[in-house]
Design a protein around this ligand. Structure first.
Ligand SMILES: NC(=O)c1ccc[n+]([C@@H]2O[C@H](COP(=O)([O-])OP(=O)(O)OC[C@H]3O[C@@H](n4cnc5c(N)ncnc54)[C@H](OP(=O)(O)O)[C@@H]3O)[C@@H](O)[C@H]2O)c1
Length: 324
């Protein structure tokens, strides 16, 4: 019998229990996967802690994984048993040795890209693609602010924006992350727990401000990020690692004619054709070494609780995965 992580009640990491499970019977448009690696994302922390009440309990969290197809539903024609695929899927269930999955969620993996690298970067890399191409199209010469620039999404976002010719200012929570953020393409790095990042951004940009601020820290940085915007600049608030953003007066955007978005990668990539185009761009960026993921912290599936502690610890760099 396969096992999975089951969350019975929202709360601390130790609520993530490794248990035998019965995998659901396969529906006609589904595939069965034997998983090899699973990405751990901050979204999973929001679900586990109860900030997001989007997983029916008891349930298995996790929104991305990699594996081999072991069975096809009767109506699935574009895939084969033995195919190596990855997915991002907001219906949860990724923290498992085996699972069923809607066939349309499967993304074929090109040869030569390691399962663990894909698990560490697919959702985060597609999020970076959405942010630099769809939410705000980054242009050469733009000033771009990336918070948590040494983190999972932040490291890929900094590399991609820098590759597009932007001047990237990164924030990081501690000294060891400064050099990393520079390696990820940040021309300037601010330690925002000790320095006033708004004053530093004004100073670095000669008073101009940034054309776009990418902020997934939320509560602690949101208003500062708004203050960093240049006239007509855009703030993409795409996460809330420090907590939800408090109520906000929209007319505050008027003085500098700023704009604000709260994007979701799932919404942007809902159409399979668009998702596949984004995935192709992402795999090419990996292959061309535009994106160079490193610092992958690897835990056995049964140790998901420890993986969550690691993800929430601000001493960590890079991405966290579970392996099977
Ligand atoms: N909207 C979307 O579709 C979408 C998709 C994927 C991810 N996201 C968001 O992107 C963000 C990054 O996700 P990730 O999985 O790659 O995680 P991550 O960036 O590797 O980890 C979060 C980082 O946030 C920083 N942080 C600031 N205040 C914090 C606090 N109070 N507690 C913990 N961390 C804090 C830390 O970096 P420092 O120590 O350097 O400050 C930490 O490393 C998350 O907010 C996530 O929700 C959104």
């Amino acid at each position: 019998m396969p096992s999975a992580i089951v969350l019975h009640q929202a709360g601390p990491p130790e609520n993530l229990k490794f248990e035998p499970i019965t995998v659901q019977a396969l529906l006609p448009r589904e595939i069965r996967l034997r998983q090899t690696a699973v990405g751990v994302n901050f979204h999973d922390v929001y679900v586990r802690s109860g900030l997001y009440q989007t997983l029916a309990l008891p349930g298995t969290p996790g929104i991305e994984g990699v594996g081999i197809i072991t069975e096809l539903g009767s109506e699935v024609q574009h895939l084969s048993v033995g195919d190596r695929v990855a997915y991002i899927y907001k219906g949860y269930g990724a923290y498992a040795e085996e699972r069923t999955l809607p066939a349309e969620a499967a993304i074929h993996l090109p040869a030569g890209i390691d399962d663990q690298v894909v698990a560490a970067t697919l959702l985060k890399g597609l999020t970076a693609w959405v942010l630099v191409h769809e939410v705000y199209a980054v242009k050469p010469g733009d000033w771009v602010l990336v918070h948590a620039a040494a983190g999972g999404v932040g490291s890929l976002l900094s590399q991609w924006a820098s590759h597009l010719g932007a001047r990237v200012i990164g924030t990081v929570g501690s000294e060891p992350k400064v050099e990393l953020a520079q390696r990820y393409g940040c021309s300037h790095v601010i330690q925002y727990r000790h320095e006033d990042f708004v004053a530093r951004v004004k100073d670095i940009t000669g008073g101009e401000g940034v054309q776009v601020a990418y902020d997934a820290v939320g509560k602690d940085t949101f208003f500062g990020s708004l203050a960093c915007l240049a006239p007509c600049g855009h703030l993409a608030n795409y996460g809330q690692a420090s907590g939800p953003v408090p109520p906000f007066e929209v007319s505050a955007l008027f003085a500098k004619s700023n704009s604000l978005s709260r994007p979701s990668v799932f919404q942007h990539l809902e159409m399979a054709e668009k998702r596949d185009a984004a995935a192709a761009a992402f795999f090419k960026a990996l292959n061309d070494r535009v994106l160079q993921p490193d610092h992958i912290a690897n835990f056995p599936l049964a140790q998901a609780a420890q993986a969550h502690r690691e993800l929430e610890s601000r001493s960590r760099q890079g991405s966290v995965i579970l392996t099977i």
